[in-house]
Design a protein around this ligand. Structure first.
Ligand code: PLP
Length: 414
């Protein structure tokens, strides 16, 4: 949990906001922050403890109680993340799914309703489609977010949330955030945006989002060695997440480890540079595949149906992100493409996840979108031959382009 300056006073550039939020030293004046490993914290006077339990004192007054609630190192990372997303407050979690499930469980009570995009990360889709209705009687209507009338029609009296991804996983549809925010607000609902694919590149809060969630496991940490997440929002939303009686994160308990918070915090200053390089490479790969007349999707290409919208939403100077998709039509071709690129060319790895220094490739329909049933896969436009590439920045670009071309030809041969 952390508080930021008012949005109007903040620099427009996300990395400048992060730089402004970094004002802590290590315990002995070190240039890196210290890791506070303690799970519990002592007090000098016995009366302080009841004061903290009653909410009359707490981390804002420098008083800590217990690590599932607040930890000073985790709070430093939360401050950087709030700055990244131009939100007043943020809270860190043990995974991206913990952030998503926590924020949805606090936004909706049993019997209430969510409207969500039909193309979403498979875990989120399963949470909305299977878990929340069964376990909490919270129903979701899935819609094509490009059809704003359909979005409006999906609202019910009990709709509390409109949920989307800035760029959908894996189809890279770019959400019309201002229009979606307007529809949500007309219905007294919140727009909750998963910005995992586009940190630094798009700042959803500047386009009307009420809550922004991230899987920090991906670009923000960037090393594929930590699973973590966060929620960025107004202070009152964040306060609700750690309420002693009804706070989903407080009571379900997916707290971030302070050692993980330290690692992620030390990698945040390079996030802008990394995103720029991911984007430069992804654009070059997308242009190469387009020149080969491949079915490639990348928001930075003029041929992308949402290219103009992306240009309106994006922050200048960071490109269009590190993800692209290539639809090879059949699973067999998709597998040949990935096997050739990994096992013959050393181009990248067949692995799920994204945001790593090396390129990661997966066939979404049979991996990270396999939770979607056949009808949902078709509606979302995820064919068995669709390969998602999370473009890394290792190796010489010219060599990588040559490898990619050979991989494409190998996929089509036979
Ligand atoms: N959101 C998106 C867009 C994702 O791609 C993922 C994971 O792939 C998640 C959320 C879940 O994040 P985590 O694995 O950190 O729980």
């Amino acid at each position: 949990m952390t508080r930021m300056e008012s949005a109007a006073a903040l620099p427009r550039d996300p990395m400048a906001r992060i730089a402004r939020s970094r004002h802590e030293f290590g315990e002995h004046g070190g240039v890196n922050l210290s890791i506070e490993t303690s799970a519990t914290f002592t007090v000098l006077e016995a009366g302080k403890m009841p004061e903290m339990f009653e909410g009359r004192d707490g981390p804002r007054g420098g008083c800590f109680l217990y690590g599932r609630h607040f930890n000073p190192t985790v709070m430093v990372l939360a401050r950087h993340l709030a700055a990244l997303e131009a939100m007043p407050s943020a809270y860190c979690t043990a995974s991206g799914m913990a952030a998503i499930s926590g924020v949805l469980l606090n936004a909706c009570n049993s019997g209430e309703h969510i409207v969500a995009g039909q193309a979403l990360y498979g875990g989120t889709w399963a949470l909305l489609h299977d878990f929340l209705p069964r376990k909490a009687a919270i129903e979701t209507s899935f819609v094509d977010l490009a059809d704003l009338d359909a979005v409006r029609r999906a609202f019910r009296a009990k709709t509390r949330v409109l949920y989307c991804e800035t760029m959908s996983n894996p189809t890279l549809q770019v959400a019309d955030l201002p229009a979606l925010a307007a529809i949500a607000h007309e219905h007294d609902a919140q727009l909750i945006v998963d910005n995992t694919f586009a940190p630094v590149i798009v700042t959803p809060a500047l386009h009307g989002a009420d809550v922004v969630v991230h899987s920090l496991t991906k670009f923000i940490n960037g090393a594929s060695d930590i699973v973590a997440g966060c929620v960025c929002a107004q202070g009152s939303t964040i306060d609700g997440l750690y309420d002693l009686h009804l706070g989903s994160l407080m009571l379900l308990g997916p707290a971030m480890d302070p050692r993980a918070a330290y690692e992620v915090a030390t990698r945040m200053p390079s996030l802008g540079m990394r995103m720029r390089e991911h984007s430069t490479r992804a654009l070059a790969y997308a242009q190469c595949l387009e020149a080969l007349r491949a079915k490639v999707m990348y928001p930075g290409l003029r041929s992308h149906p949402d290219h103009a919208r992306f240009r309106e939403l994006c922050n200048e100077g960071y490109g269009a992100g590190g993800l692209l998709t290539l639809d090879l039509g059949t699973a067999a071709r998709a597998f040949r493409f990935m096997e050739h690129l990994q096992n013959v060319e050393d181009f990248g790895y067949m692995a799920v996840s994204l945001g790593f220094s090396d390129t990661l490739m997966s066939a979404s329909a049979s991996s990270t979108s396999s939770e979607l049933d056949a009808a949902a896969l078709e509606a979302a436009g995820i064919s068995p031959g669709l390969v998602r590439l999370s473009v890394g920045y290792t190796g010489a670009l010219e060599d990588r382009i040559a490898q990619l071309e050979r991989g494409y030809h190998a996929a089509l041969a036979a």
